[in-house]
Design a protein around this ligand. Structure first.
Ligand SMILES: [Zn+2]
Length: 560
């Protein structure tokens, strides 16, 4: 029975280096979940895209001396490369600037307008005669009215963190030209009437289950009588044009078009493969498809309110999300990650320093699921040394080296499993089933903890069975213990593959397991795998490279 699951990760913004906090808050757990579901035989579609529109892109492109499209081309490719190096197994990594997303965004606008859910209103906007244009929030700089910092932006003062409106700034100036003769003029804008959707959204939320409690309560806290209508247009050139008379030169607000890119990315994926995107998104065709979104807590209002509001308000049978798996923040040595302020590790720097699996393991084992989690390099090194080098790596290294030397480089045959092996099979079956349950429930810390416990139990079995002691006196006994240990390592690696794909694949290869291009199937028949001579005689061709221990004093590590 194949179950179809759509998995999306929050769209990373195209400008700015991504850090480990971005990775653990959506992209990485989504990847682990996608990989796990492929292992258990689900039909998975894992899509993501760069979020490319909006003021920050326009500003960053101007600073880079590029037009927004060229800038986005460059940054999209750069991010796609980093995520590939991190092992993120997207089926499609698209772009919110794709033609499919432009068409779909305009389609949703027309449906919402026809349903009476769009209001046109006049909004005071700051205008620069010298620049001959309206200046959206970040295009206005000035003195913060709260702390007096001289370079506060129109949306926020970075010095004191206060959220601002451009008209709050003292002595405002244009970020483009420095023009100080700014004027306030009225500009026409479109509002999505979220206030008219509150009841429908609450009823919709009643039918959802399996959300982390903090996500559900965040969503409810927005769905009250105070829910404001959201302005969905901007006075910008870079974005999805608004198809409405009088709105020439305006585009949709980036937060209106970005989540629609989940659908557009699916359409692009399907078009390239001759598949029907409706199986994932539309009415009866998508029956039997479940949909899980992964995102950081700051994105909850857009995914639990605005985007479902767009889908439900359209009056069309769009598939809405079943479960939002939200995450708290990863902090860095006690402070907020901020690549602009040089705090915390960018994904690129992390990959330049260490293999992806070390990061993947620690971030998943410590995922900020129920509270913020602090990254400290000393703790990171201690954890990965213990889990990956001492427990998992050492187990694989020790057993495969012994098997190669004692049994002529092959999985040994002969001997009969005894009480110890039968007890082992029972307890491993129980642990594997528990790990599966945690993955199904998207409880990543629990899944990693139980995986670690399985590795420890495997070490304990090998220690107690001690095939190297049996070798001279009881060769069949040594063969059973070695064969069981090799099979056990394959189970240990297979259930960890979704988290540490490279290390797991090396281990599976080293114990004579079959490795294909696809995911290693979830071990459903552990007793058979451990007690029968399935792989007897198979050559142990490749050796397993030990997992190097990290030293926090080593250069390039202590300095973070
Ligand atoms: Zn301030």
């Amino acid at each position: 029975m194949s179950h179809r699951i759509l998995i999306t990760s929050a769209l990373p913004y195209v400008s700015g280096a991504k850090h480990l906090g971005n990775l653990v808050g959506s992209l990485l757990p989504a990847d682990v979940h996608a990989r796990f579901h492929r292992q258990i035989g689900s039909e998975v579609l894992f899509v993501c895209a760069t979020d490319e529109h909006g003021t920050p892109t326009e500003i960053a492109a101007a600073r880079a001396g590029l037009d927004p499209r060229s800038f986005c081309n460059r940054e999209h490719d750069r991010q796609a490369d980093v995520y590939r190096r991190f092992g993120l197994s997207f089926d499609h990594f698209g772009r919110s600037s794709a033609p499919s997303n432009h068409a779909l965004t305009q389609h949703f606008y027309r449906r919402l307008d026809a349903a009476g859910l769009i209001d046109e209103r006049a909004v005071p906007q700051i205008c620069s005669p010298a620049d001959d244009r309206y200046l959206p929030d970040r295009y206005v700089l000035g003195t913060c009215p709260h702390c007096g910092a001289s370079d506060a932006r129109g949306d926020q003062c970075d010095a004191c963190g206060t959220l601002l409106d451009p008209v709050d700034l003292i002595a405002p100036r244009s970020a483009l030209s420095g023009d100080t003769r700014l004027e306030v003029r009225e500009s026409r804008h479109l509002f999505l009437r979220q206030s008219a959707l509150v009841d429908r959204l609450n009823s919709w939320l009643d039918t959802r289950s399996g959300w982390p409690p903090f996500v559900a309560s965040l969503a409810r806290s927005w769905l009250t009588a105070d829910l404001k209508d959201r302005c969905i247009t901007r006075d910008l050139a870079w974005g999805v044009p608004v198809p409405r008379p009088g709105f020439e030169g305006k585009v949709f607000y980036v937060w209106f078009d970005a989540p629609i890119a989940y659908i557009a990315a699916t359409q692009d994926w399907a078009a390239a493969r001759g598949r029907d995107w409706r199986e994932w998104w539309w009415g009866e065709a998508a029956r039997g498809t479940s949909y899980v979104q992964f995102l950081g807590k700051d994105n909850v209002p857009f995914h639990a309110v605005s985007f479902p509001g767009t889908l439900l308000g359209s009056g069309e049978p769009w598939r809405t999300v079943d479960v939002i798996k939200g995450f708290h923040w990863l902090t860095h040595e006690g402070g907020k990650f901020s690549t602009s302020q040089g705090r915390g590790l960018s994904c690129e720097a992390a990959l330049d320093a260490l293999p992806a699996d070390l990061w993947r393991w620690w971030l998943i084992a410590n995922a900020p699921e129920s509270a913020d989690v602090d990254f400290r390099s000393v703790r990171f090194a201690a954890d990965v040394n213990k889990d990956l080098a001492d427990v998992f790596g050492n187990l694989v290294q020790r057993v495969t080296r012994f098997a190669r030397s004692a049994f002529d480089g092959r999985v040994p045959a002969g001997g009969k499993p005894g009480e110890a092996e039968r007890a082992l099979a029972l307890s491993v079956r129980q642990r594997v089933s528990t790990i599966r349950t945690h993955h199904e429930a998207r409880e990543f810390r629990h899944a990693a903890a139980e995986t670690r416990a399985l590795w420890a139990a495997a070490n304990a079995y090998v220690q107690a069975a001690a095939p190297w002691s049996l070798l001279r006196t009881d060769r069949p006994g040594a063969a059973v213990a070695t064969r069981t240990a090799l099979a056990l390592i394959e189970v240990c690696a297979t259930v960890a593959w979704s988290i540490i794909p490279n290390l797991a694949t090396s281990a599976i290869t080293a114990v004579g397991g079959e490795v294909s291009a696809g995911p290693p199937p979830w071990p459903d028949d552990v007793a058979d795998q451990l007690l029968n001579e399935r792989r007897a005689g198979v050559a142990l061709a490749s050796s397993f490279a030990p997992v190097a221990k990290l030293s926090v004093e080593a250069s390039g590590f202590a300095g973070w």
